[in-house]
Design a protein around this ligand. Structure first.
Ligand SMILES: CCc1ccc([C@H](C)CC(=O)N[C@@H]2O[C@H](CO)[C@@H](O)[C@H](O)[C@H]2O)cc1
Length: 819
């Protein structure tokens, strides 16, 4: 045991204070008098890191000594956010560090704001990967996360005159105290070139001669689990040119040429693609996908061969999870390594590959399913294209041999798609065929996967698709984001609730307790006042913390229907103006979210939100009754501020289009009531919180599918709804855009003529549901009973539960039981 006053590992106030001082002097190189908040942040982070490293090395030894199977989570996105409070909370050092620093005149909560967000993701998929990493560490699942160390994360959003503008997010500009560079862990990644075939004792052997090589260099970030039991590794790859400076070109004076390779190579890890539903389809994106897949596989094969003589038992020692299709080329790369480099027989290699991979699908949106042109794949990865052709041929042959002949079925289950004038590789089909388990991320989504995108494959392989409903880590999204609520829960339910969220259930019996309701209401009001301060600072808009905070925070996308929320807001605005004397439930509508840089309609929706906000917030007749706010630059840290302050959670996607949602879980856990459609995990949230504690409206997924089959003109719907008609007319005639009255004309007409996301179809039901919300809000005792029932009933949506299911059903690895 380490003495508690040890500078490196001691956890006493004195030890931590000494450690920070030592880091400030010797690691940051600053004297106290000159130290800036950034210096104190760095010193504090480095002191905390020492305590993390201790657990990391302990975990490394336990993992390495046992023959334990490892999980490899491959994701092109990890939306981590900040790590200081995550490390402090998981090590149980937050209060001690706060005291240690206050003794030095430093405010820990002020330092919190200095840390940049590691925004290495777009939205749900990336954040889920981060929650999963923390839960795998908490459950002591020996795991590596593999991804790309983008120099620029998701762009910084600036809203100028109501329009989104994108600015680079260079999160590394002041260094990153949480990562360890691993220059010794570097792999050559090939691109292009040609394949030569040799006959070796009668069997063809294939050798790939890439025309370009890029180096992948590792950077490791420790991932601490709850109570510091176990620490895993997130290994992110950075691209480096094999030869950074072509001296020959340089000496000939072609200075730019001399650096061309370097620029081309480093472009791979320069920036995250900012699209979260439409493939960029660009060559650089495929280079990113192959770069990290190949580096990760070389790394895990090297680790395996350090322990075992060959790769025949790889599937017993490694479970690789594909976070959507973005890493799916890894299936082909493993085949290449096993067959071409390690001389394994094809069938053995294929059996091991399937047994090793699992694939998670996160979207059914046709435009989001990745397909790559065969000519591009052939040029960039010639050997892989050969392997894909052979995998597909053997796959189809096997099916024909089993009696499958229907041409439509064979076409849908083929990895290669014809049409669009060129052949394309369907990455979803490749991932499905190359994996032993395929999962969706909510019960409804998984059912729809079986009925739509993977219908024919599911019919042929009925036991492969399984459901794993998403989850969230309660450390970040409750304990760190909402310490006030957490303290009340511990007080009412005991500390055990921190180790095992199923204890939350016991809260239900206190749902009607006025004293508890009052404590929770006061805590929520404080959180709302804090958010009010942030809103005022960033937008100049003053909001009333006693009003209902109605929150829609997520990426801007037509299927998430922020525009439906805005149309309802306008209808409410009209209604209040028509009858200002009625006792309207005061509301603050908060919107936040980024639009993909090239997604015009989504950017127009952001403008509409700001245009509506300007008109509503300047209108004295609705003052104190309705405010609209668009908060810029939504990210993980802002979410941690907004979610504890929410009363109403908007989950209003077109049914069948939101695979799961995870914001819905975070908001319900923090006591917000959900208004939503029967989509994604909303369905399971309803099942657990109970019909009285949630507001459901709208078409079901089946009804949406029926509407899509029967045509999408909305003119009749609008004609039958005077309220909607008035709103549509106001928007398209420029009531909210006097500076450009035509700004929304096309947008409104598109809704009238082709309402693909059924905004008009769900409008009246949504409006009615919002009035039901008003009615409950007026009865605060009933509101808070429902709020308490939400917190009480969503323990199941912990990502510890989700990871437990992956470990049991897909990865076949043990997990550490909750205390
Ligand atoms: C190739 C472009 C691209 C990039 C990202 C994606 C992601 C799959 C989009 C995404 O983030 N999906 C979200 O994943 C969450 C975690 O499972 C779900 O909760 C959300 O419902 C789903 O939209 C699709 C296409």
């Amino acid at each position: 045991a380490q003495p508690d006053d040890d500078l490196r590992t001691g956890n006493s106030v004195e030890a931590l204070r000494g450690a920070v001082m030592a880091k400030l002097a010797y690691a940051v190189g600053k004297v106290q008098a000159d130290a800036s908040d950034r210096d104190w942040f760095l010193a504090t982070a480095l002191a905390v890191r020492d305590r993390v490293v201790q657990g990391w090395q302990r975990s490394y030894h336990t993992t390495n000594t046992g023959g334990t199977k490892r999980v490899y989570y491959m994701s092109l996105e990890f939306l981590i956010g900040r790590l200081m409070f995550d490390a402090l909370t998981n090590l149980g050092l937050t209060d001690t560090m706060r005291e240690a620093l206050s003794g030095l005149g430093v405010d820990l909560d002020k330092l919190r704001e200095v840390e940049p967000d590691a925004a290495l993701g777009n939205g749900g998929l990336g954040r889920l990967a981060a929650c999963f990493m923390e839960s795998m560490a908490t459950l002591a699942v020996p795991a590596y996360g593999y991804g790309i160390r983008y120099e620029n994360g998701l762009f910084r959003q600036v809203v100028k005159d109501g329009w989104q503008q994108e600015y680079p997010e260079n999160w590394l500009s002041f260094g990153n105290p949480w990562e360890f560079a691993r220059p010794e862990i570097a792999y050559d990644i090939g691109f292009g070139g040609h394949v030569e075939t040799h006959q070796v004792d009668g069997a063809p052997r294939y050798e790939w001669f890439p025309s370009e090589t890029v180096e992948a260099v590792a950077y490791d970030t420790p991932v601490v689990g709850w109570r510091g039991h176990h620490v895993n590794t997130l290994r992110l790859w950075s691209a480096r040119a094999g030869d950074p400076l072509r001296l020959d070109a340089f000496n000939e004076g072609d200075h730019v040429g001399a650096m061309a390779d370097r620029v081309k190579a480093e472009a791979i890890s320069k920036v995250l693609y900012p699209s979260d539903a439409t493939p960029a389809g660009q060559e650089l994106r495929l280079r990113q996908e192959y770069f990290f897949a190949a580096a990760s596989l070389q790394d895990l094969v090297r680790r395996h061969l350090k322990k075992y003589p060959d790769l025949s038992n790889l599937a017993d020692q490694a479970a690789i999870q594909l976070n959507d299709t973005h890493p799916a080329i890894a299936v082909v790369e493993l085949m290449r390594l096993l067959v071409d480099l390690h001389g394994m027989a094809w069938d053995d290699a294929w059996r091991i590959t399937q047994a090793t991979f699992g694939y998670t699908n996160h979207t059914l949106l046709p435009e989001a399913l990745e397909t790559w042109p065969v000519p591009l794949m052939e040029r960039m990865l010639p050997r892989h294209m050969q392997i894909i052709y052979l995998v597909n041929a053997l796959h189809l042959d096997k099916l024909r041999a089993e009696g499958h002949s229907d041409v439509d079925v064979m076409r849908s289950v083929s990895i290669i798609a014809e049409g669009w004038g060129q052949q394309r590789v369907k990455m979803g089909t490749l991932a499905f065929i190359g994996s032993h388990r395929i999962n969706g991320v909510s019960a409804l989504h998984t059912d729809l996967m079986r009925q739509t995108v993977f219908r024919d494959l599911n019919a042929i392989y009925p036991d492969r698709i399984n459901n794993k409903t998403n989850g969230i880590t309660f450390r970040r999204w409750l304990m760190e984001a909402n310490p006030a609520l957490t303290a009340i829960l511990v007080d009412v339910l005991g500390k055990a609730v921190l180790d095992d969220p199923s204890h939350l259930e016991k809260l239900a019996q206190h749902a009607g307790d006025p004293a508890l309701q009052a404590r929770l209401k006061a805590a929520k009001r404080d959180n709302k006042a804090t958010l009010g301060g942030i809103i005022a600072a960033r937008t100049g808009i003053q909001v009333d913390p006693d009003a209902m905070f109605d929150i829609q925070i997520k990426r801007i996308h037509e299927y998430k229907r922020q525009h439906l929320n805005l149309l309802e807001t306008i209808a409410l605005y009209n209604a209040i103006r028509a009858e200002p004397w009625r006792d309207w439930a005061p509301r603050v509508k908060v919107f936040a979210g980024k639009a993909a840089a090239s997604y015009h309609t989504a950017k127009l929706i952001i403008k509409l939100a700001n245009d509506v906000a300007r008109v509503v917030n300047d209108d004295p007749t609705v003052r104190g009754k309705l405010k609209v706010v668009f908060l810029p630059n939504y990210n993980v840290s802002l979410a941690e501020r907004i979610i504890p302050a929410a009363d109403l959670s908007e989950q209003i996607s077109t049914a069948g289009m939101e695979a799961s949602g995870t914001g819905n879980m975070k908001l319900a856990l923090n006591g917000a009531l959900t208004i939503g459609t029967l989509d994604g995990a909303n369905v399971e949230i309803k099942e657990r919180v109970g019909d009285d504690n949630i507001f459901i409206f709208g078409l079901t997924a089946e009804e949406v599918a029926a509407r899509h089959r029967s045509g999408l003109s909305a003119r009749e719907t609008i004609a039958n709804s005077p309220r909607l008609a008035e709103v549509m007319e106001a928007v398209s005639s420029g009531v909210f855009s006097p500076d450009d009255t035509d700004r929304y004309r096309d947008f409104a007409n598109a809704l009238r003529d082709h309402d693909h996301f059924l905004v008009t179809a769900d409008f009246d039901d949504y409006y009615a549901a919002q009035r039901r919300v008003d009615a409950l809000w007026r009865d605060q005792a009933a509101w808070w009973r429902a709020s308490i029932m939400n917190t009480a009933r969503v323990g199941w949506f912990s990502s510890d539960r989700t990871i437990g299911e992956y470990a049991r059903d897909i990865w076949d690895v043990p997990v550490r039981a909750a205390e």
